[in-house]
Design a protein around this ligand. Structure first.
Ligand SMILES: [Zn+2]
Length: 591
């Protein structure tokens, strides 16, 4: 059986070499089989410009290999060393206030500075040359959580190039940006700047285009390194970890097409049942970005509540993750994240957290890797809606609320780009789909006309790709589908409005009425499976085998029908599975 990945970020450069042997021994005790190495080690790998020190990393990789542990080898470009900023100040980030930031933290780089790009290619190339053939190498972990925008003159020049490519000419740009409003028509490309601190509200389409540009510019940084690594080691997957936090401004749909393996970092803001629901949303996003291919939970936090290490990991595995990874292996003694939990906490291996780490590692050696579950519901999700939404409206929370309502009804959902093919779904939800392109409007109409069921929430269909209002009454793009017309933006209906269109049907779902979703799903042919809140039930199947993942995140015991062998306890289950609070089962089912 192919093993699931298990491990975390390993930062031996923070520790004396005498600790490394203990690390590997503890990893073996915990059945760790993959660690991310070198992610923040630039200052140790290249202590001065062009002078490399790989001896220590050679020893680390050899030691891990001897212990049977594989490596996701990082390129350290998210945290440039002080010498780079000192020698090339233009590699340091300029924020929207025009302040050039200093080194002294992390992620202080300029995505568009030629000197930064060159230094990043050089360190990635040196790592590729040295380690492409190392037997411990399992994958390349490029950078970390790409997401730093820059507003400097390099970024301005790159932004202008991006805009020329998008619009061709200044007249088209002026039209798209509604430049006639507040005298923002540009007569020369050199007049155009990234959005910088200004007197009053900035031009919203300029801000949106800048966010699109930042995503593409950072993606260019990723591609440069990926291509160097691929050339040196064909067949070794290259990935980067997507951060799900709100501050990360990249279009994950386009990025997902460029990585060999979708990898995410998932840090739910809350614990317990709420944290599970947040993690399930993240896992469904990752699964959807991967589009049926494998994906990996690259980072999560170990040890918020007793047992949560295993429960949250299983809820990710149930949604297709090929492993469970953490940040980080050994909790740092000092530094900016010294109290961030580690798999080996400050107290050492004689601790609750490490005992749970060992327990989960043992369990993962017995779990299947394969299988997926057919999903019949799609929630539209688009970072451009997130970037475009008026101030004060929380797009992520609007979509997450609908996802939670489905989750609590036992209904699995994909997240889908608004322009994605929808014909395979029985039910599609456009919640907060504020910005919608003409192509998406056509595709969604075609889906409903062909017999699909669509649910449209408030603030959907309001503007086009350039943030121009779709005129004639709200919700502009979906008026005809819904058979409704609002003259005021805040206007709504009391209850769900149903409207037949072609062979399908569209519903308008007023704000806060997610409780209607199970009944609508049922009418669309996706019956809800009533379950207690916090009880995660998912099935993965392949061929004639299926596994039922059941995780009780709730504080009360749970019961449900099941038949087969529980891979957690090894016991047979003949009819009824009973789970105490916080416990879990993976049933290999009899088919
Ligand atoms: Zn810059």
């Amino acid at each position: 059986m192919v093993r699931l990945y298990y491990g975390g970020d390993y930062n031996p450069e923070q520790w004396p070499e005498s600790v490394w042997a203990e690390d590997v021994a503890l990893m073996r005790e915990a059945n760790v089989n993959l660690v991310s190495v070198g992610v923040f080690a630039w200052a140790r790998l290249e202590p001065a410009e062009g002078r490399f020190d790989f001896d220590w990393l050679d020893r680390v990789l050899d030691l891990l290999h001897a212990g049977g542990i594989r490596v996701a080898l990082g390129t350290p470009t998210a945290s440039p060393p002080p010498w780079l900023g000192k020698a090339y100040p233009d590699t340091l980030t300029v924020n929207s206030e025009g302040v050039r930031l200093s080194y002294g933290s992390r992620d202080t780089y300029c995505m568009s500075a030629p000197a930064y790009r060159a230094a990043a290619r050089r360190i990635a190339g040196a790592l590729a040359d040295r380690y492409a053939g190392h037997p411990a190498l399992a994958m390349w972990h490029v950078h970390n959580e790409y997401g730093t925008p820059c507003h400097c003159d390099h970024a301005a020049a790159a932004f202008r190039r991006w805009l020329r490519h998008r619009y061709g000419g200044l007249d088209a740009l002026g039209e798209a940006w509604t430049g006639a409003f507040w005298s923002q028509l540009y007569g020369d490309w050199d007049e155009i700047l990234p959005p910088r601190a200004t007197q009053y509200r900035p031009n919203p389409t300029q801000v949106l285009d800048y966010k699109r540009f930042v995503s593409d510019e950072l993606l260019g940084c990723f591609r440069e390194q990926r291509d160097i690594l691929r050339a040196a080691a064909p067949g070794v997957p290259a990935t980067t970890n997507f951060a799900l936090a709100r501050w990360v401004p990249v279009d994950t749909w386009s990025w997902a097409r460029e990585v060999d393996l979708v990898a995410i970092d998932c840090y739910p803001p809350e614990g317990g049942v709420a944290g599970y629901e947040q993690a399930a949303f993240a896992a469904d996003l990752a699964r959807s970005w991967a589009g049926g291919k494998p994906w990996l939970l690259m980072e999560q936090s170990p040890g918020r509540l007793p047992g949560e290490i295993t429960r949250l990991s299983l809820s990710h595995l149930a949604r297709g993750s090929t492993g469970a990874m953490f940040f980080q292996w050994r909790a740092s003694r000092g530094g900016a994240e010294q109290y961030h939990p580690g798999m080996v906490p400050h107290a050492g291996p004689d601790s609750r957290v490490f005992r749970e780490v060992v327990e989960l590692g043992g369990l993962l050696t017995r779990l299947p890797l394969a299988g997926s579950e057919p999903v019949e519901v799609a929630l539209l999700w688009d970072p451009e809606c997130w970037w475009a939404m008026p101030d004060g409206v929380d797009y992520q929370e609007m979509v997450a609320a609908a996802h939670r309502a489905l989750l609590r009804a036992g209904i699995s959902a994909d997240l889908a780009h608004p322009e994605a093919p929808l014909a395979g779904y029985r039910l599609v939800l456009a919640i907060g789909t504020y910005l919608v392109s003409d192509a998406a409007v056509a595709s969604i109409h075609e889906y409903v006309a062909g017999g699909g069921t669509l649910v449209v929430g408030p603030l959907s269909g309001i503007v086009d790709s350039e943030l121009r209002v779709r005129l004639g009454g709200y919700p502009g793009a979906f008026r005809e589908l819904l058979g409704i017309r609002f003259a005021e933006l805040g206007e709504s209906t009391e209850d769900t409005v149903k409207h037949e269109y072609g062979r399908g049907v569209a519903y308008y779902l007023p704000s806060g009425r997610e409780d209607q979703l199970p009944a609508i799903a049922s009418r669309a042919g996706v019956p809800p499976v009533p379950a207690k809140r916090g009880l995660d039930v998912r099935r993965r199947r392949t061929g004639a085998t299926s596994w039922l993942f059941v995780v009780n995140h709730a504080a009360e015991p749970a019961e449900l029908p099941a038949r087969g062998t529980d891979l957690v306890t090894g016991r047979g289950i003949d009819g009824t599975l009973r789970l105490e609070p916080g416990r879990y089962a993976i049933i290999e089912e009899l088919v």
